[in-house]
Design a protein around this ligand. Sequence first.
Ligand SMILES: [Zn+2]
Length: 252
Amino acid sequence: MHWQTEGFVLREALYRENDKILTVLTRAEGKRTVAARGARRGGSPLMAAAQPFVYAHMTLFEHRGRLTLDDAEIIDSFHALRADIERLSLAAYLAELCGALAGEVADPALLNLILNACHALAHLQKPPALVKPATEFRMMSLCGFQPTVDACLACGRTPPAEPCLHLGQGGVYCAACRAGLEKGPSLALGADAWQALRHIVHGDARRLFSFALPDSALAALAAAAEAFVLTQLERGFHTLNFYKKLIPLQKS
Ligand SMILES: [Zn+2]
């Protein structure tokens, strides 16, 4: 059976001499594994599309539950990512995170989010330091890990006084309320980062990256986002380790 969908290539693995196995986030059916036969052979019509970060109209052939890419028409390859190792490696991490969270069920909001993140990095040249925490918190929120951010989990005060994020519980507390509670790591957000977190979790998806923060507040937001991902998912990401190794090199 043939079917058509838009899809974003989250990951590629080389297979046999000329093939690739792609992990594709499809609009119709969520995350699927797709064989791209001959995609590494010179002159293959699939060569340009069977690449990470490519968004394309895809014609897929399904036989006994296995998918093969028959044809692809590129919508956006986010080519500018490839000119900047920091943006490229951040996109690789966000794609890996997306792949870890996605299931085999249509999730248009998740697909739109990874596309928006690549658009912000490649076309809008938004700062990676802003795109990373916004995408992390939004993606976690879409996939069943939405933090409770509007009011202190203990006293209900909004805004919380000196807000901090409890990583394990996935919610905010006033610093004083947090001090009297059970153990588990939490990170200070500060008022500005707390406001940004509310915008990220509850705001219009199209305006996700439309905020600005002083450097110190952005650093607090970024630390909280990354620690929240790692704590909630109880795993690490090779692509994240690579990205973090790169940052000091870029700044030096
Ligand atoms: Zn409180």
